[in-house]
Design a protein around this ligand. Structure first.
Ligand code: NAD
Ligand code: UD1
Length: 306
């Protein structure tokens, strides 16, 4: 069995991946600074899991974490687009410098395969009204998107120059268990479902007609496992279902499952917020074994426990 490093492994997506790797019998190291992640997301009593509390912006820490591992899932980042708008300098350390440190450490230690958590945010508003394919012109509107795109370019340089194998996944909007609702920067489904359950008012930024292509975390993990263990796919792939759901539709679904909604207030749209985001996933389908889709309603049911 192999030993994998999962950066950001104490977070939402990372901890779900750690569970899958452990369940498949592998050894796992997690590198996470616990800025968003939690120890309680990890089965710390599992002898095949090693937790390293540290920052991907610290080159020395990353060098040590990479030594001797077979492949890396690089998920550590400040996941909030809005946080990057509010503090571009701090988020750049995690979201770009962390990736560069990882590239260097992998080169030095001869580790080749890395799964990279890129984002639909790199397309900006260029996919407005259509399904976005991977060739769509890139238009990073925020520091978050610029860092993710720069990370892709650096990984490609290390691929050409140093034989790294970066499996690049451009996630659309991922949701599911362990997405932390506690910050205003959290993912919209985690915030809306928690507030609906607690009867707390819900804020919608803008008119609520913006759309997202929501993808259940369990389905994503099946793809990331292939990215780590399967044949190398050189081209970046979108991860979405080619299904646009507006926030207003999302609220209606949540309301139906919860027997009503608390007060919904509309606030001004966020700066740099993307209007419509829907993935053309033909390339994903061509290169990866597709998971069976967990429909939005089923995923919401699981989150709401109804
Ligand atoms: P998350 O915040 O739950 O996970 C990120 C983890 O990285 C957290 O545990 C956090 O503590 C850790 N981290 C942050 N900065 C770090 C640093 N400097 N050093 C070490 N650890 C650090 O968010 P998530 O939704 O699980 O996101 C995982 C990855 O997927 C991120 O790279 C994010 O940008 C990317 N992504 C997420 C989505 C989504 O819809 N959730 C979509 C596209 C891309
Ligand atoms: C999300 C991810 C980002 C990823 C991108 C890819 C998070 C926190 N962000 O960004 O990592 O790269 O998808 O597509 O996981 N909204 C409200 N009210 C709220 C919260 C949000 O109206 O209380 C709105 C936002 O303004 C936005 C939409 O909901 O229009 C989605 O916001 P959010 O969940 O933060 O995700 P993205 O910005 O799409």
């Amino acid at each position: 069995m192999a030993e994998f490093l999962v950066t950001g492994g104490a977070g939402f997506i990372g901890s779900n991946l750690v569970d899958a790797l452990l369940a498949a019998g592998h050894e796992v190291r997690v590198l996470d600074n616990l800025s968003m992640g939690k120890r309680s997301n990890l089965p710390l009593d599992n002898p095949r899991l090693r937790f390293i509390e540290g920052d991907v912006a610290d080159a020395e820490v990353v060098m040590q974490a990479v030594a001797g591992c077979s492949a890396v899932a690089h998920l550590a980042a400040v996941a909030s687009v809005q946080a990057s708008v509010d503090d571009p300098v701090a988020t750049h350390q995690s979201n770009f410098i962390g990736t560069l440190n990882l590239c260097e450490a992998m080169r030095r230690h001869g580790v080749r395969r890395v799964v990279y958590a890129s984002s639909a945010a790199i397309y900006g508003n260029n996919g407005e009204g259509v399904a976005i394919d991977e060739a769509t012109a890139k238009a990073p509107l925020t520091p978050y998107a610029a860092d993710k795109l720069a990370g892709e370019h650096y990984l490609d340089f290390y691929r050409r120059q140093h034989a790294l194998e970066p499996a690049v996944f451009r996630f659309f909007n991922i949701f599911g268990p362990r997405q932390d609702p506690s910050s205003p920067y959290s993912g919209v489904i985690s915030i809306f479902t928690q507030r609906a359950q607690q009867g707390l008012p819900i804020s919608v930024f803008g008119d609520g007609e913006q759309t997202r292509d929501f993808f259940y975390v369990g389905d994503l993990i099946e793809l990331l496992m292939q990215g780590l263990l399967g044949e190398f796919v050189e081209q970046p792939v979108n991860v979405g279902w080619n299904q646009a759901v507006s926030l207003n539709q999302l609220l209606a679904e949540i309301g139906a499952l919860c027997g009503g909604l608390p007060q919904v207030t509309h606030l001004p749209a966020r700066a740099g917020d993307i209007r419509h985001s829907r993935a053309d996933n033909a390339r994903l389908q061509a290169h990866y074994r597709m998971p069976q889709q967990t429909p939005l309603r089923e995923g919401l049911r699981q989150l709401l426990g109804v």
